[in-house]
Each structure stands twice: as structure tokens, then as C-alpha cells.
Design a protein around this ligand. Structure first.
Ligand code: NAD
Ligand code: DAU
Length: 333
């Protein structure tokens, strides 16, 4: 048996990864450590509750005591735990620095003491900043624009420092914009799908021509797992989907898939510091032997269908505290 600690495993990508790991590796146990912030959701892990190879611990990655308890006996650590929404980071940067930088440090410190075999830091293509032309590769300098991306850059730099200074076997992934089931409806795709289902306006920032590279969540999980097992210690790997689209293209596709009117599109005031484009060169990971398996058209259709079939999941979220958040973010826009 190998044991993997998945921090942030009750969130979007972390919960998909927990399912992936337990399905893909029958001889692995998964320990999930999650603070259950607004973004953490036990519904995402519901169908694992009877699995004898799964254990959940509620706790904060900034708390060394609970981190020690969770990491004890683990071979691998995959750190998904983070504050993740750019718009929230503009309103409250402090919580991002606390979790994404300091929390990562607490995990690294414990990993060093326990002598874990691998520590994978899940980072983001946003650390490169906006790239108007060409593709970012792992050698490029970092130009994070938002408090979120600056905090993520801080976390991964700390992880690299633990490799350089203490020899901790760290690997880092920089993933692109991810979509799929169980994504909190504050991010573009689940927000627009659920708004469209409710016939509520879709708030497009600025001119809607910002571009992102989109990866299906199962591809992102598979890429992370591949790097965990095959990446070289101390190295960074871009994990992208190779599907670049403007926000308007995404919006129109959602409306088309749901057969909803384009009258729902509403242009609103832009996000401050809004990065125009992210695009990843994934040649390094391809050379190692991995590339995504899902087509954008099919995976988007499946994703939209999932939100259509699982109203119970997102209606619960949207009926609570979320209403206040929505008013704060979009009310005056
Ligand atoms: P998410 O917001 O859906 O989930 C984050 C999870 O972390 C939640 O379950 C939350 O409760 C938990 N968490 C937050 N603070 C914590 C703390 N202090 N201690 C323990 N748990 C805590 O995020 P996501 O979209 O699943 O992203 C997961 C990781 O992937 C993040 O590190 C993010 O930066 C990175 N990433 C995300 C994307 C994307 O498009 N979603 C792309 C690239 C990289
Ligand atoms: O690139 C990877 C990153 O992708 C991750 O590291 C982040 O955790 C994740 O949140 C995501 O960041 P973005 O800022 O790109 O994602 P978001 O879904 O917030 O926005 C995607 C694009 O859609 C962006 O150009 C802003 C725009 N947008 C977003 C929202 C929420 C809108 O036009 N309207 C909206 O209401």
C-alpha cells in the first residue's frame, strides 16, 4: 500500500483527483485534509464515504498539528489546498497569502520532517501573467498580476526552495483553466451554465475577448498524477489542454448546448488587472510521455450535461451564503 495526502481534496480538482487516484491505483490509500472553506464540499466526496482506502480529516494546512496527523505515514503529498478565485483575491488578498504561501510552507516543513517520497505543488499558468503572443514555457519569468497568482507564485517558489535547500523531492505543475463536474459556481463555466439554466444574465467582463487555455478536469488530474510518478524532482511541468478560446466563444457554446437565448449575455465592468491571455507550451510534459485525452467539444457537452443532471448539487450552494457573494461581486457592476 502507498498512501497519498490530498490537501484541498473536498474542492473541485482535489475531489476529482481523489476519485481518480483511488480508481487508478488499487493499492493506494488517500487521506484528504481540507478546511472546508466556502469552496470545500463534502458532497464532492459523498460516494467515497464507504471506501476503506479513504480517510477525511477536517483541518487547515496552516495548522502544523493537524498537518502532522494527516501526513504521518504518507508516501506522497499533492497540495491542492488554496484560495483559488481571482475576484475574491482582489477583495481579500490576505487570506490568499495565508493559505497559498504560508500554508504551503507548513506542509513543506512537515514533508521534510517525515521524509516524504514526493511533494507535488499544484500551481497555475497564471504565474506567467498575461502572454499576448506565443506560449509560456517553464523557463519563462514569472509576472503574476493578481493577489491570487502572486500568492500561487509565492507557494511554488517556496516549494522549489525546499528542493534546492533541503533536497525535498518536489515537483510542480502549472495547470491551465480547468472545467468539469463539481466546480464551485463562481468560476466562468459553472457560473454561466447554472445562470443560463436559471435564465439569469451571464455577466461577461469587459469585451469578452480575453483568452484562456481550457483543460478538462480528468485530464488535469491525470497530468498531475503522471507528474507525481514520472516527473523529475525539482522540475516544473506545464499541464494544459491545448484548447484556447475567448470568453465569448465559451459563452456562446454554453448557450448553444443549453439551447438558451443570447439575450442572456450582459457585458459588465471589467475585472481590475484582468490578464488578456494565458497559453501554455506543454512540450516538456509531452516529451515525458503525457498529453490530454479528452476532446474539448465532448468534454464541454458532458460538463454542461452534468450541471443539468445535478441541480441538487449546485442549487444547494447557490441558495446559501452565495447570494450575498453574488450581490457583492456583481451588484454594482
Ligand atoms: P477550489 O477552490 O475548488 O478548492 C480548494 C479547496 O481547498 C477547497 O476544498 C477548500 O476548502 C480547501 N482549502 C482552502 N484553504 C484551505 C486551508 N487553509 N487548509 C485546507 N484546505 C483548504 O479549487 P480548485 O479549482 O479545485 O483548485 C485546486 C488547486 O488547483 C489550487 O491550488 C489552484 O490554485 C490550482 N489550479 C486551479 C485551476 C482551475 O482552473 N480551477 C487551474 C490551475 C491550478
Ligand atoms: O488559469 C488557471 C486559473 O484559472 C486558476 O489558477 C484559477 O484558480 C481559476 O480560478 C482560473 O482563473 P481565471 O480568472 O482565468 O478563471 P475565472 O473562471 O474566474 O475566469 C475565466 C475568464 O472569464 C476570465 O477571463 C474572467 C472571465 N469571467 C469570469 C467570471 C467569473 C467573466 O467574464 N465573467 C465572470 O463572471
Amino acid at each position: 500500500m502507498k498512501r497519498v495526502l490530498i490537501t484541498g481534496g473536498a474542492g473541485f480538482i482535489g475531489s476529482n483527483y481523489a476519485h481518480y487516484v483511488l480508481g487508478e491505483h488499487p493499492h493506494y490509500e488517500a487521506v484528504i485534509l481540507d478546511k472546508l472553506t466556502y469552496a470545500g464540499n463534502m458532497d464532492n466526496l459523498k460516494d467515497l464515504s464507504d471506501n476503506p482506502r479513504y480517510r477525511f480529516i477536517k483541518g487547515d494546512i496552516c495548522d502544523p498539528e493537524v498537518v502532522n496527523e494527516a501526513m504521518s505515514g504518507c508516501n506522497y503529498v499533492v497540495n491542492f489546498a488554496a484560495e483559488t478565485h481571482v475576484d475574491r483575491s482582489i477583495v481579500d488578498p490576505g487570506s490568499f497569502i495565508t493559505t497559498d504561501v504560508y500554508g504551503t510552507h507548513v506542509l513543506l516543513e512537515a514533508a521534510r520532517r517525515f521524509g516524504v517520497e514526493r511533494f507535488l505543488q499544484v500551481s497555475t499558468d497564471e504565474v506567467y501573467g498575461s502572454v499576448l503572443e506565443g506560449f509560456s514555457n517553464e523557463q519563462d519569468s514569472l509576472h503574476p498580476s493578481s493577489p491570487y497568482s502572486a500568492s500561487k507564485a509565492g507557494g511554488e517558489l517556496m516549494a522549489r526552495a525546499y528542493h534546492t535547500t533541503y533536497g525535498l523531492p518536489v515537483v510542480i505543475t502549472r495547470g491551465s483553466n480547468t472545467y468539469g463536474p463539481y466546480q464551485y459556481p463562481e468560476k466562468l463555466i459553472p457560473l454561466f451554465v447554472t445562470n443560463a439554466l436559471d435564465e439569469v444574465p451571464l455577466p461577461v467582463y469587459g469585451d469578452g475577448l480575453n483568452r484562456r487555455d481550457w483543460i478538462y478536469v480528468l485530464d488535469h488530474c491525470a497530468g498531475i498524477d503522471f507528474v507525481l510518478h514520472n516527473g523529475e524532482a525539482g522540475e516544473i511541468y506545464n499541464v494544459g489542454g491545448g484548447n484556447e478560446h475567448t470568453n465569448m466563444e465559451i459563452t456562446r457554446l454554453i448557450l448553444e448546448l443549453l439551447e438558451k437565448s443570447s439575450d442572456l449575455i450582459t457585458y459588465v465592468k471589467d475585472r481590475p488587472g484582468h490578464d488578456r491571455r494565458y497559453a501554455l507550451d506543454c512540450g516538456k510534459l509531452q516529451a515525458l510521455g503525457w498529453s490530454p485525452a479528452h476532446s474539448f467539444q465532448n468534454a464541454m457537452a458532458e460538463t454542461v450535461k452534468w450541471y443539468l443532471d445535478n441541480r441538487w448539487w449546485w442549487e444547494k450552494i447557490k441558495s446559501g451564503e452565495y447570494a450575498r457573494y453574488y450581490e457583492q461581486m456583481y451588484g454594482g457592476r
